[in-house]
Design a protein around this ligand. Sequence first.
Ligand code: DAH
Length: 339
Amino acid sequence: MQEKLLNLKEIALKEIKDTLSIEDVENIRVKYLGKKGEITAILKEMGKLSNEERPIIGKVANEVREAIESEITSKKEELKNIEKQRKLLEEVIDVTMPSKKVRVGKKHPISQIIDEISEIFMGMGFSIAEGPEVETVHNNFDALNAPKDHPSRDMSDTFYINSELLLRTQTSPVQIRTMKNQELPIKIISPGRCFRFDAPDATHSPMFHQIEGLVVGKDVTMAQLKGTLNMFVKKLFGEETKTKFRPHNFPFTEPSAEVDVTCFKCNGEGCPMCKGEGWIEILGAGMVHPNVLRNCGIDPEVYSGFAFGMGVDRITMLKYEIDDIRLLFENDVRFLKQF
Ligand code: DAH
């Protein structure tokens, strides 16, 4: 029996040595030490031994079992290590390999111009006000002193949502919201999207952008309006830029003006950019109409104000020499990444 045990031990140890997988090692364990294993079978025979033989064989059997178990344990450990090494080699990262290029987006040219203009006005002490794109007819027209028969109110010019709501046609309704909700004095600009019932062409888009400006307080004058706008255009277009105020009519200002700047390309000489005029129209402005102040609960005998509004898309097109407004809204990255 002793010989049988030692024999089995030799065979088992050799088998363990030759295995290549943890699974096989486990099979060997079952084969020898499992419930129906070969060593187990011999141990079950121990009862048949004499009292003298039993402790001797018992001792050998234990030694054999321990030898096999310890070999199994170290073999498993060895195989685990090999597997770990293999994985490490397989998953090694080549840090010298060129990486995939991450394409970084950039601000849309309209946003760039809005930011640039906002910075200029913030530098002059203006803060930014916001208003909704869906406005009341009241804020967009009535409170701004637009006569009931004003052509811009027509269904063919304005996107109405119902008889009281519309898509704002200008940023001017933010004037009303600000005068009703803020303490005086007021000094704000308000950039945002506007909408008009226009067929798209090179210079028209049914969605476009404006920046509104409003200053209200005591002793606000037209001279301050001119000074503010002169300072603004010099910062935006260059120090040599001059302005020209042409009389105009807006319902919400009196007096009203359209403001031209000397062409920043030819400096007023006349060139294709300014169509030979030397001047480019960039905004509307004026002194806030007393009716508008009154509509917002502000006494025009005590307070006065000036306002202005400019088309951001047009200014963007001028500055970047873009000849078709539709390019700005097609979102073609090949176009947008140029600015
Ligand atoms: N809201 C006018 C427009 O869309 C632009 C404008 C003109 C705004 C004069 C003003 C202003 O605040 O005083 O044509």
